[in-house]
Design a binder for this molecule. Structure first.
Ligand code: IPM
Ligand code: MG
Length: 361
C-alpha cells in the first residue's frame, strides 16, 4: 500500500531544505521500493501569501488525509506586523492542535564527527543522546482565557492561562514512558511544582503512571534546575518529559549542546502514530535563498517519519547511516564546518542520495 506524505515547505530556508529531503524520498522510491505519494501544500507565510491565512483549509484537508507530514519551517520578518491570527506561527500551532499532535519528540544527539562543534567541553557532551518529550497541544500555548484587556484605570494587562487536564498529562506521560522503555529506561519529569498548582497535579499524575512502568526509573526536577543541569552535566539525562512552554525552552538548550541545531530532527505524534516531522531549527530568513542551509535535520526528520509513522525502520536506519557516511567523508555545510571545505545545501542532499545509492547496490 502506498503511503501519503504531505509536504509543507513553508518559508525561508524551508523551501531549500525540503527540496533535498524530497530528493531522498525519490531515491527511496526508485532504488528501495518505497511506495509513497507526495502532496504539496502551503503553510505559514506561504499560506498567507497564497490563500490569506497561515493554515489554508486545503492544506489542513491534505494533512488530515496524509499518513505523515514533512514540514520545513515557517516565519519571516515580512509577516511580523500581521495580527496574531494571521502570523505564520499560527499555521503551525493550529495544525498541531487540529491533528492532536500532542507528543513532540526532540532528540539531542551529538554526532561523534561533530564533537568539537559544541560550545561545551567535549568530555561533557561526548556520546550525548537525550530525548526531550514535549507536550505540544496544551498548557499555556492554548489555555483560555488569553488576551490583552484594559483595566478600569485605563492600564492594559496581558494574560494567558496555564492549564492541564489529567487526561492530557496522562497521555504525554505514557508516551514518554513508552519511549524510555525503548532507551535507557530513565525518565526525568520537569515541572515547577514548588510554585505552580498545575505542576503539582502534573507530578502526581506522572507518579501514578509510573506504577505501570516498574522498569523505568522516574525522577522529578524543577525547571530552573533542569536548565542548569542541561549545561552542567547533560549526560545525566536519558528521556525528559515536560510541558509545552518548558519543552520549547529546554529543547533549544539541548539542541545547542550538540553545537549543530542544523542536524536535529523532530517528530510530533498523535495517539495513533500519525505525525508531523520537522527540523528543530527555524526558517532562518538571514540565510534563506543562499543555498547554504543544512538539509540534514530535514533528511533525519524523514528518517524519523519512516520509523514512527510508516513502519519502515530499516529505511530509517539506512538514511541515518548515509548521513553518518557523508559526515565521515567530510561533507559540511557552513553551520557545522570547522575549516573544512564547505558544501551547498544541494551538494549535501546529493551526497546523502549518493551514499544511499551506494548502500542499495
Ligand atoms: C518550536 C517553535 C514554535 C513553538 C513556534 C514557531 C510557534 O519555537 O517548534 O519550538 O514555540 O512551539
Ligand atoms: Mg521553539
Amino acid at each position: 500500500m502506498s503511503s501519503k506524505i504531505a509536504v509543507l515547505a513553508g518559508d525561508g530556508i524551508g523551501v531549500e531544505i525540503i527540496a533535498e529531503a524530497v530528493k531522498v524520498i525519490q531515491c527511496l522510491q526508485q532504488d528501495f521500493g518505497l511506495a509513497a505519494e507526495l502532496e504539496y501544500a502551503a503553510i505559514g507565510g506561504a499560506g498567507y501569501d497564497q490563500y490569506g491565512k497561515p493554515l489554508p483549509d486545503e492544506t489542513l484537508a491534505i494533512c488530515e488525509q496524509a499518513d505523515a507530514i514533512l514540514f520545513g519551517a515557517i516565519g519571516g520578518p515580512e509577516y511580523e506586523d500581521l495580527q496574531r491570527e494571521l502570523r505564520p506561527e499560527k499555521g503551525l500551532l493550529n495544525l498541531r492542535s487540529a491533528l492532536s499532535l500532542f507528543s513532540n519528540l526532540r532528540p539531542a544527539i551529538l554526532y561523534p564527527q561533530l564533537a568539537d562543534a559544541s560550545s561545551l567541553k567535549s568530555e561533557l557532551v561526548a556520546g550525548l543522546d537525550i530525548m526531550i518529550v514535549r507536550e505540544l497541544t496544551g498548557g499555556i500555548y492554548f489555555g483560555q482565557p488569553r488576551g490583552i484587556r484594559e483595566l478600569e484605570n485605563g492600564e492594559r494587562e496581558g494574560f494567558n492561562t496555564l492549564v492541564y487536564a489529567e487526561h492530557e498529562i496522562e497521555r504525554i506521560a505514557r508516551s514518554a514512558f513508552d519511549i524510555a522503555m525503548l532507551r535507557n529506561r530513565k525518565l526525568c519529569s520537569v515541572d515547577k511544582a514548588n510554585v505552580l498548582e498545575v505542576s503539582e497535579l502534573w507530578r502526581e499524575v506522572l507518579t501514578r503512571v509510573a506504577g505501570e512502568y516498574p522498569q523505568v526509573e522516574l525522577s522529578h526536577m524543577y525547571v530552573d534546575n533542569a536548565s542548569m543541569q542541561l549545561v552542567r552535566a547533560p549526560k545525566q539525562f536519558d528521556v525528559i518529559v515536560t510541558t509545552n512552554l518548558f519543552g520549547d525552552i529546554l529543547s533549544d538548550t539541548a539542541a545547542m549542546l550538540t553545537g549543530s541545531i542544523g542536524m536535529l530532527p523532530s517528530a510530533s505524534l498523535d495517539k495513533n502514530g500519525k505525525g508531523l516531522y520537522e527540523p528543530v531549527h527555524g526558517s532562518a530568513p538571514d540565510i534563506a535563498g543562499k543555498g547554504i542551509a543544512n538539509p540534514l535535520a530535514t533528511i533525519l526528520s524523514l528518517a524519523m517519519m519512516l520509523r514512527y509513522s510508516l513502519q519502515q525502520a530499516e529505511l530509517a536506519q539506512q538514511i541515518e547511516t548515509a548521513v553518518g557516511n557523508v559526515l565521515n567523508q567530510g561533507f559540511r555545510t557552513a553551520d557545522i564546518a570547522e575549516g573544512e571545505h564547505t558544501v551547498s545545501t544541494a551538494d549535501m542532499g546529493d551526497a546523502v542520495v549518493a551514499a544511499l545509492r551506494a548502500s542499495a547496490k
